[in-house]
Ligand binder design. Structure first.
Ligand SMILES: [Zn+2]
Length: 209
């Protein structure tokens, strides 16, 4: 058995969403350059199809993140990953809206803390049910802790600082949607890539401004 064989996967749909979002932010030539840099040229003009097959290895997702930083520098790559994460939510809603559960109409009349709880639980369920990513939620007074215990974004990576910027952007946009247009402080405080047990993204439940 090859020890390097991929073990964990995203469904094709999620891999497709990541590439569509990166293309929106980087342009077609930008995403092709990143795919070449990541030794993933097999995906050029050949994005994963619209299905639920678990065929996109975690290595693919993390190599894309690393290649973004290689191509644009750590700061530039971080900014682009955040923006790509926000764009992922839009494509994700299109792909997974039905499975997500609560609609914007159903959420509209709930108080904000309930909206955030219902929304974050539904979003967690999406990853835990349809992919090999594992997310465990914790709550305290005023915060939601989004603990990614098996993380495709930094899979196999080593970094001095948290590296899963795409997830931060994704959650920022998800919170904007679920709250009906509010902005929240979202920060990754722990990351498996720097030796922590999980990638922890802390959400301040009080909107900014
Ligand atoms: Zn991570």
């Amino acid at each position: 058995m090859d020890e390097l064989a991929p073990t964990y996967f995203y469904p094709n749909r999620m891999g497709r969403i990541v590439l569509l979002a990166m293309e929106e932010i980087l342009g077609r030539s930008g995403v092709n350059a990143v795919l070449n840099l990541a030794s993933l040229s097999n995906y050029i003009s050949n994005y994963p199809p619209h299905n639920q097959d678990l065929s996109v290895p975690f290595e693919t997702i993390s190599r894309l993140q690393a290649a973004l930083e290689d191509a644009y520098g750590p700061r530039g790559g971080r900014g682009l990953a955040l923006r790509a994460g926000r764009a992922c939510f839009k494509y994700g809603l299109r792909e997974f809206g039905a499975e997500l559960g609560p609609t914007d109409l159903a959420l509209r009349f709930l108080p904000l803390p309930t909206k955030l709880k219902v929304g974050s639980e539904a979003f967690t369920g999406l990853f835990n049910r349809f992919s090999d990513q594992r997310v465990r939620l914790e709550f305290d007074q005023g915060h939601i802790f989004w603990n990614i215990e098996r993380c495709p974004l930094c899979w196999g990576r080593h970094a001095d600082a948290p590296a899963c910027h795409l997830a931060v952007g994704l959650l920022q946009e998800a919170l904007y949607w679920v709250s009906g247009g509010k902005f929240f402080n979202v920060e990754e405080t722990r990351c498996i890539a720097k030796g922590d047990a999980a990638c922890t993204i802390v959400i301040d439940q009080n909107p900014m401004g």
